[in-house]
Design a protein around this ligand. Structure first.
Ligand code: GLC
Length: 800
């Protein structure tokens, strides 16, 4: 081989000294003597954007990730310079740009702590394989720094010492060390000296992240093309980092309909109709709550999307209605591959309108998926998304399907080594034509977006429900997600826990795993332990490949059925709590699952914990992850926590042993919490109730809880027809005070709260509601410590 030494020697190239600087409102441009330009935009006081070009031209500024609803604007912006640097100061951050080499340092504006510092900083390498530049960034990894985030990566929560790749990939039966898998979320949080910041590398090309793996003191990220374009998001609280990132890439566009937070039952596949109805009937017979049942690919005619196999499902509309009458919402799968078949209208329409992806040299991109040879819509073309959304008319409007499950949208292609399209496939990319190298990671996201638009259009005024397998940053605006084809093993139960937490800290909270495992079959113990975890994930669905037997709640004998029922019932009781957590999530970007590090970053003991997490803001969950366990050690965060099962308080800030026989999942409630609970229903909306329960956990001191409610579907809540109750608890030695403040115009059907007082350190003798003393002679302290109050009370005093 003839090698060109000239090219080889170039290797990494670096920016030289700054020769010019200009400012345009919120954006600064620094140009170096070797033609590099840094464009620095102050998005907010705590969010700075860095873009680099080596050719004086920036690409068209277009991103699928960034939402048009992102907050912008700052309170303070000052630019100064000294001998070495330019200095940009906002209310939250100080950013210095070195005049000699364009290196960046970022400091907390208040206490001047160094938060992030370029090591080599921006550099690039010419790639003769791709004919473009590989864009690179490296930063100093600080003493004791930890890293979190990055979407669905299946390894330990703390990313330190690991290297990962972002290239969405169909990953049947992946494992702890598999990488990359289904999602590409190029966002991570760094944490050191009790301060957290985030980096969102908004580049859709195949990208890599190294967290002090290759070199101990260095963290780096790079991509095989596109721009070095990243956002620096400052906290210093990790919760704010995640919330600010979520603000940038978007919160879900609406609340989920409450039924979507119920239990879902799925399998590959339930067919024919008699099988579907038998499964549904069994749920009602055993009184195991369930809201949704899924049809996998076999409902279609030869796996053609938007068709029905009339032999298995002779009258889908009738079936869907009958299921609905019994409280079951029908959800169907829709894949991207459209069968090549000239007698198939969807194929023909796509062809006539030139909607399918093509190879660089002209022919259609042809790949094999379930239906055999397929063409694939170019979802990055707005016209194609529009067409696609229109295809849902019949399913949603006429037949009454309530949700759509998008699968294989990496896009997955069978029988080819790279499992997807070749790199040269062309995409519209919303008017920025490009190859698959750039569009691959967002293809599935754009499919889910088009599906979402269809459901929104034809389901209106109901809220849309979509599930996707592949995702890029921002996909959370349109859809929920699951973690793909896992396996029925204990290791995968561990992975499911990690993935759900990691997704939540990556801005994507509406997530769950295939409960029990997709491939192979769990035994009863594993299924029970998985349900115990799964009911505390925002999306809760049992799914399995069906190759290895049944996986319904009643499959594993009476004991397991009883346990599964108990936990699904608990999920239904806690629906108002979960719904309220979603409300916080869609308003503030707060993740619904909070890993302990996110909950209490100041406590260094949380930095390497993986198993425990906070569900919402008041409930600690720690799954049992090993066979035959009768309990486990877990870390209770600082503060006092009540064991949910026996109401015994424990002091946190330490590891404790907790007994947990097969019936028991360790659950702890934060002291001072007020947890709302519904009566058990078989599906959302089955019952109208006049009362809901509030579990009130005593605390000496103050704690605030919230309760959100609305019509549970539709958009009235966006016009003020919601109710948000703030419940302030103040506990003293001999008194417990609850103050309630309500906002919003919605009035729920229930009239009263049943207060269940837990951990009161005194015997009640007097109760005052809104300044009036009420008779309460027969309240039983330490027994059934409950009382019923009108839901509109404003101040309640419970006294010794
Ligand atoms: C893929 C999906 C799985 C689905 C199957 C058949 O493997 O990940 O959930 O059941 O395809 O559609």
């Amino acid at each position: 081989m003839i090698t060109n030494t000239e090219l080889e020697q170039k290797g990494n190239q670096f920016p030289a000294d700054i020769i010019s600087y200009k400012k345009n409102v919120d954006t600064l441009y620094f140009e170096t003597s070797n033609g590099v330009t840094l464009q620095l935009t102050v998005v907010r006081d705590s969010v700075l954007r860095f873009r680099y070009t080596t050719t004086s031209n920036f690409d068209e500024d277009f991103s699928y990730a960034i939402t048009k609803y992102a907050s912008t604007g700052y309170n303070h912006l000052e630019i100064t310079e000294d001998k070495e640097s330019y200095i940009v100061t906002t209310q939250k951050l100080i950013c210095t740009i070195n005049k000699l080499d364009l290196k960046i340092s970022l400091f907390d504006a208040l206490d001047k702590t160094l938060i992030s510092q370029d090591e080599l900083g921006f550099h690039w390498e010419e790639s003769f394989q791709y004919g473009t530049d590989i864009v690179k960034m490296s930063k100093v990894s600080h003493d004791g720094e930890s890293y979190f985030g990055l979407g669905d990566k299946p390894g330990s929560l703390n990313l330190k010492g690991k290297r990962y790749e972002n290239w969405v990939t169909d990953s049947y039966a992946y494992g702890k060390d598999s990488d990359p898998i289904y999602k590409a979320i190029p966002f991570y949080t760094g944490l050191h000296h009790a301060k957290a910041y985030g980096i969102f590398f908004d580049n859709t090309f195949r990208a890599f992240f190294d967290f002090a793996q290759e070199r101990k003191k260095v963290t780096s990220f790079w991509a095989q093309g596109g721009e070095m374009n990243y956002y620096f998001v400052y906290g210093p609280e990790m919760n704010d980092v995640v919330a600010n990132y979520t603000d940038l890439t978007g919160k879900p566009h609406q609340m989920p309909a409450l039924w979507t937070l119920g239990y879902h039952q799925c399998k590959w596949s339930y067919y024919p109709e008699s099988k579907v109805t038998a499964v549904a009937a069994k749920f009602r017979e055993l009184q195991i709550p369930c809201d949704a049942i899924y049809l996998d690919i076999d409902y279609m005619e030869g796996f053609r999307c938007f068709t029905w196999n009339k032999e298995y499902f002779p009258d889908p509309k009738r079936m869907v209605k009958e299921l609905m009458d019994d409280g079951f919402k029908t959800i169907v799968i829709i894949d991207p591959g459209i069968k090549v078949d000239k007698d198939y209208s969807v194929f023909q329409e796509g062809l006539d309108n030139d909607y399918f992806c093509k190879r660089a040299d002209g022919p259609y991109m042809k790949g094999k998926v379930w239906p055999g040879e397929c063409y694939f819509p170019d979802f990055t073309n707005p016209k194609v998304r529009d067409w696609w959304s229109g295809l849902f008319k019949e399913l949603i409007e006429d037949i009454g399907v309530k949700g759509v499950w998008n699968d294989m949208n990496e896009p997955a292609v069978m029988e080819v080594p790279n499992k997807t399209f070749p790199n040269d496939v062309r995409h519209d990319y919303d008017g920025n034509p490009c190859s698959h190298r750039k569009a691959h990671n967002i293809y599935g996201m754009q499919m889910a977006r088009a599906t979402y638009q269809g459901l929104k259009k034809f389901g209106y005024p109901k809220r849309p429900f979509v599930i996707t397998r592949s995702a890029y940053s921002g996909t959370q605006r349109y859809t929920s997600t699951w973690t793909g084809d896992n396996v029925a093993t204990w290791e995968h139960l561990w992975i499911a826990n990690v993935q759900a937490q990691r997704m939540a800290m990556s801005g994507f909270s509406f997530v769950g795993s295939d409960i029990g495992g997709f491939a192979e079959q769990p035994n009863g113990e594993l299924y029970a332990r998985w349900i115990q975890l799964g009911v505390f994930h925002p999306f809760c669905r049992t799914h399995s490949s069906g190759d290895h037997g049944e996986q319904e709640p009643w499959t594993f004998g009476d004991e397991i059925t009883g346990i599964v029922k108990k936990y699904i019932e608990l999920r239904y009781q806690l629906l108002p709590y979960l719904y309220t957590a979603f409300w916080h999530h869609i308003n503030d970007g707060t993740p619904i699952l909070k890993s302990l590090v996110l909950y209490d970053q100041a406590d260094v003991q949380t930095h390497f914990r993986t198993d425990e997490f906070i569900y919402g803001d008041k409930i600690l969950i720690c799954p049992i992850l090993e066979a035959y366990s009768k309990g486990r050690r877990l870390y209770l965060p600082k503060g006092i926590w009540f064991n949910y099962w026996d109401n015994m308080p424990s002091e946190g800030g330490k590891e404790v042993w907790i007994d947990a026989d097969l019936e028991t999942l360790p659950i702890f409630i934060k002291e001072g919490a007020i947890i709302p609970k519904y009566p058990i229903q078989q599906y959302v909306g089955e019952k109208e109730f006049d009362e809901i329960t509030l579990d009130v956990y005593y605390k000496k001191g103050k704690e605030t809880s919230t309760l959100f409610d609305d019509a549970h579907d539709g958009y009235d809540y966006t016009k003020g027809r919601y109710s948000l109750r703030t419940l302030k608890l103040t506990g003293k030695k001999d008194e417990l005070i609850i103050q309630q403040h309500k906002s919003g115009k919605f009035d729920a059907a229930y009239k009263t709260f049943k207060l269940n007082l837990i951990g009161l350190p005194f015997k009640i003798s007097t109760i005052q509601i809104d300044n009036e003393e009420i008779k309460f002679e027969d309240i039983k302290v330490n027994g059934d410590n409950t009382l019923v109050v009108d839901k509109e009370f404003t101040e309640l005093h419970i006294m010794a």
